[in-house]
Design a protein around this ligand. Structure first.
Ligand code: PGA
Length: 250
């Protein structure tokens, strides 16, 4: 039985003060969310603040991105071993905003995935199609290609220590959620693809849905057989909304 994981992706939002308030609100209600695993992913500079506040709580933390390099002359990068020093559990890799706004391709994403794993972080590998790709009927082949890049580099067993997030790009930040059935169909496709390579991995890996998840729609999404929680953007910036989503998985 896979546990539900709800991870907040705060993106480029927050200040010391607003994060202090957000974390206080989340910590105050986290114990009432049953067996749901919870994580938050702040901007890099706020990770120490979040780590200090969340230590000893039920809420884990992670980064929104990670370098494919461990150290060296790579200006502006933050490496997985550095994130480890701040006890990050997770690192998001291949978010569609990284892919589309910063031209990060499948191969680069796979190297980031590898770097995160090597340092003991759990990568949250984001996959998903654009609206144009869905309309062209190539949704499955796009997602398969995104998964293959990681599987070819690291082997399917690497997904034993990873989380997958299916995030249709057209549903991110748009208020347009995939229907539970649309999401379930893609989650089943992902799990089925993995099952063709290794049934144990397919059975174990948590596959999160992301894209306009809110308190009002989380329960019906999380009730689907292959949806094991959510990667939450906008709604993770409001403690009570985020906790409602976490409770939907309990
Ligand atoms: P959203 O973002 O919940 O604001 O749609 C999800 C994500 O980008 O991870």
């Amino acid at each position: 039985m896979r546990q539900i994981l709800v991870a907040g992706n705060w993106k480029l939002n927050g200040s010391r003060d607003s994060i202090e308030q957000l974390i206080s609100g989340i910590v105050a209600g986290a114990d009432k969310t049953g067996s749901t695993q919870i994580a938050v992913c702040p901007p890099f500079v706020y990770i120490p603040q979040v780590a200090e506040r969340l230590a000893g709580s039920k809420v884990a933390w992670g980064s929104q991105d990670v370098s494919d390099q461990d150290s060296g002359a790579f200006t502006g990068e933050v490496s997985a071993p550095m994130l480890n020093e701040f006890n990050c559990t997770y690192a998001i890799v291949g978010h569609s905003e990284r892919r589309s706004l910063y031209a990060e391709d499948d191969a680069f994403t796979a190297r980031k995935f590898a770097a995160a794993r090597k340092a003991g972080l759990i990568p949250i590998l984001c996959v998903g199609e654009t609206l144009e790709e869905r309309e062209q009927g190539v949704t499955e082949s796009v997602v398969a290609r995104q998964l293959d890049a990681v599987i070819n580099l690291e082997g399917v067993e690497a997904l034993n220590d990873a989380v997958i997030a299916y995030e249709p790009v057209w549903a991110i930040g748009t208020g347009k959620t995939a229907t539970p059935q649309q999401a379930q169909d893609m989650h089943a496709f992902i799990r089925g693809t993995l099952a063709g390579l290794n049934a144990g991995v397919a059975d174990k890996v948590q596959i999160l849905y992301g894209g306009s998840v809110k308190g009002a729609n989380a329960a019906e999404l999380f009730a689907m057989a292959d949806i094991d929680g959510g990667l939450i953007g906008g709604a993770s910036l409001d403690a009570s909304e985020f906790l409602t989503i976490c409770s939907a998985g309990a």
